[in-house]
Design a protein around this ligand. Structure first.
Ligand code: SF4
Length: 443
């Protein structure tokens, strides 16, 4: 019987751009590819097939995605890779333009084309279809984050009408995952050694409305705190309008839920918020922040703001400066406005110059730097909980409960005893700079 020549598995490199939601999608797809016999490689130049999971959020992200596609096609033209596929938000939004302008790509896919990508990349594989595919893949996720933390996307899409945002165009309307599916995913992640889960969505606080007609994030949280092995649960992307206050009791009452909330408010001028269709006023936003701080006293609040929105004049920007100074968020991210075609703000044009947008952006970060330093200095002598991320030259680095992965600050930790990544330790803070802390482990 002639020996059948063993075909080496295809080497596939999946390049992820954009936000954590894309990271989750890539991890699920990588699970499906590996499940179907593909060899995953991290370096695209050592692969047969490159799959790019792109971002189409704002101008700078789109440019980065297009450059990555051109680089991949260049590698194909030079013969170092055989096939190039493009998926994700940019492809979902501009497929026909990309097909016309960038030749050399073997296929364009949308944001939820797992099955078609699998069938294209591994045509010989016997692939399940429909929900089973997702459920199956969820269990198979290939984590690309450090093994001790992971993102769980609790819903897809968004029903909010924010005037500047193209995400609903790329991701569609809001669809919550079932609580069973999310609990199963958390269990599978805990089985892989994950200690911290970061719950993400376009609008986390909208969870459940499409399933039960009620906002049921509280119920979901009560279910997730029961998952063995998970020690920290972090909430990101809450939406200020119609905020479900009942989740505050759960955050305050459940030790596993870290006292942290990411709640992008985008602006503070009531006029600008109206034009942005955010469904909330400055006063109501301030009252919400006060209520959150009253209900969860030690909570760390992160927000995101946009500078240079078309209706943001000098007076409206002064209001934003004032708001940042008064509200004293713990963590702050600032974007400059980018006109997005197909959004309801597009007809307003781009009235603020790039230079002026950047000046306002820098001004807000200057205010925040002082606030952050003030808050950090107040932490000297206190004890914080921290998760260890790495060790460098005998010093450990980690994040406190007030720091989300990849976007927030760090703490440098001195310890006699050896520590491992993923360990959660108590640290007495003895030094602070504008953003980071330094402390000693206490047994
Ligand atoms: S909440 Fe608003 S900004 Fe966020 S994804 Fe939905 S539409 Fe976009």
């Amino acid at each position: 019987m002639p020996e059948t020549k063993k075909i080496p598995p295809k080497r596939v490199s999946l390049v992820t751009l954009g936000c954590e939601k894309n990271t989750v999608d890539s991890e699920v797809l990588m699970g499906g590819l590996r499940h179907n016999g593909v060899r995953l490689v991290s370096d695209p130049s050592h692969s047969d097939i490159i799959i790019l999971n792109t971002c189409g959020f704002i101008e700078s992200a789109k440019r980065e995605s297009i450059n990555s596609i051109l680089e991949a096609v260049e590698m194909k033209n030079s013969g170092s890779v055989k096939e190039v596929y493009v998926a994700g938000c940019l492809s979902e939004r501009y497929r026909s333009e990309l097909e016309a302008e960038i030749t050399g790509v073997d296929g364009y896919f949308g944001t939820e084309d797992f099955e078609r990508i699998l069938r294209t990349v591994v045509p010989e594989a016997n692939i399940a279809t429909g929900p089973d595919l997702r459920y199956e893949l969820l269990g198979e996720r290939v984590l690309t984050t450090p093994k001790f933390y992971s993102y769980i996307k609790i819903s897809e899409g968004c029903d909010n009408p924010c005037s500047f945002c193209a995400i609903p165009i790329m991701r569609g309307g809001h669809r919550s995952k079932s609580p069973e599916e999310i609990a199963f995913e958390a269990m599978m992640l805990a089985g892989q050694g994950v200690k911290e889960i970061v719950l993400i969505a376009q609008d986390l606080t909208y969870y459940g409305l499409d399933l039960t007609g009620e906002r049921t994030l509280s119920d979901l949280l009560r279910r997730l705190v029961k998952v063995n092995g998970i020690e920290w649960i972090r909430l990101m992307y809450a939406y200020p309008a119609k905020f479900p206050l009942d989740i505050l009791d759960v955050i305050a009452g459940e030790e596993k839920i870290v006292p942290y909330l990411d709640i992008p408010v985008q602006h503070a001028s009531t006029e600008v918020l109206k034009s942005m269709r955010r469904g909330i006023t400055r006063r109501a936003t301030e009252e919400l922040i006060e209520t959150i701080r009253a209900k969860v006293p030690n909570i760390a609040l992160r927000t995101t703001l946009i500078t240079g929105y078309p209706t943001e004049g000098e007076r409206e920007f002064e209001e934003l400066e004032e708001f940042v100074s008064e509200m004293k968020f713990d963590r702050l991210g600032v974007f400059t406005y980018s006109v997005e075609d197909g959004t309801t703000a597009e007809p307003l044009g781009d009235t603020v110059s790039e230079e002026e947008k950047r000046r306002r952006h820098a001004r807000l970060l200057d205010i925040q730097r002082e606030i952050s330093h003030e808050k950090n200095l107040a932490k000297i002598g206190t004890i914080v909980h921290a998760i260890i991320e790495r060790e460098e030259e005998g010093v450990y680095y980690g994040r406190t409960e007030a720091d989300a992965p990849e976007v927030d600050n760090e703490i440098a930790i001195h310890s006699q005893a050896a520590l491992q990544a993923g360990m959660i330790v108590n640290v007495r803070v003895h030094e602070a700079d504008e953003f980071d802390l330094v402390g000693d482990v206490i047994p």
